[in-house]
Design a protein around this ligand. Sequence first.
Ligand SMILES: Nc1ncnc2c1ncn2[C@@H]1O[C@H](COP(=O)(O)OP(=O)(O)OP(=O)(O)O)[C@@H](O)[C@H]1O
Length: 338
Amino acid sequence: MAEELLRIENLSTSFRISGELYAAVDDVSLTVNKNEILAIVGESGSGKSALAFSIMGLHTRAHIQGAIHYKGQNLTALSPTELNRLRGNEISMIFQDPLSALNPLMMIGEQIEEVLLLHESSQTTRSNKSKKHRKLRAIELLQKVGIPQPEYAYGQYPHELSGGMRQRVVIAIAIANQPKLLIADEPTTALDVTIQLQILELIRRLKEDMNAGIILITHDLGVVAEMADRVAVMYAGQIVEIASIHALMTKAKHPYTRSLMSSLPTASEGKTRLHVIHGLVPSLKHLPRQGCRFRSRIPWIDETAHEVNPRLHEVEPGHYVRCSCYKNFHFLNHREEE
Ligand SMILES: Nc1ncnc2c1ncn2[C@@H]1O[C@H](COP(=O)(O)OP(=O)(O)OP(=O)(O)O)[C@@H](O)[C@H]1O
């Protein structure tokens, strides 16, 4: 039976723009289990990173509502010190951009040791681990993430490493204290395909070896298909569909999910299905706040097909879809498009 690790309830994260609050994450609820990869997909601007940063408590200026329960405690109610103790220990994050996540003035090895030290100082009975011990562990971690000559890399600075190697260092830091919950925000963006595969494999191993729960944020559906156990699809700050990977791949319902899916090559033919819904996620200030947020991108669907207050419907156990418009949805055929 799945063992729940994280439960987010009605989370909203709003930013103040010209004096008004706008929700980048709007009433999101989801769970992550141990030994599970939950992928979060959606176009740029759909609120994926804002959600990740909210879980990590990194949005200090945002207005946060709702609850984030991790092993029974509500993270939104913790003091900065308590949250700090969890971060880097039990909960950690792989950031999109390794250069900004690393300190340019510190050797790679020292940066890993700093995180190890954080863990040691959070233990109630302090273990008396020496600097030497930490160094060995740092080198072991560098080896684990596939950095060649880890002893040498220990003494290097971030700018001396390639992008792929830097991302591995960021992963080494993220897994240093064997986190129970790992958030990976576009961990392989900007890496070449071979390195991408190695890094994804590393994340998968982390799930299995450490029984960790992983939130994998990506806009790459190929990665989702390979890695995820369940998938949450976000559009304009909301979850529009959430399901097991199998259900999503075989019977996606929401028009937005179906459009995303149609950009994937079909297994049998290696061809791409060409049903793409044009347009972009509106900017935060211009998001429609009433009704179905996707309706302006599917104007050929009758207005009456949308709900006034779209909610998530459970169409099958564990498979939820927002707004009843999915029932009347069809892609435009070529003649209609002209
Ligand atoms: N600190 C902030 N202040 C104001 N608006 C913000 C802030 N952070 C994010 N936003 C806005 O919130 C919306 C969601 O942004 P977010 O970065 O979460 O999207 P995303 O899905 O992660 O996109 P990407 O894939 O490009 O990282 C966007 O409209 C963005 O401009």
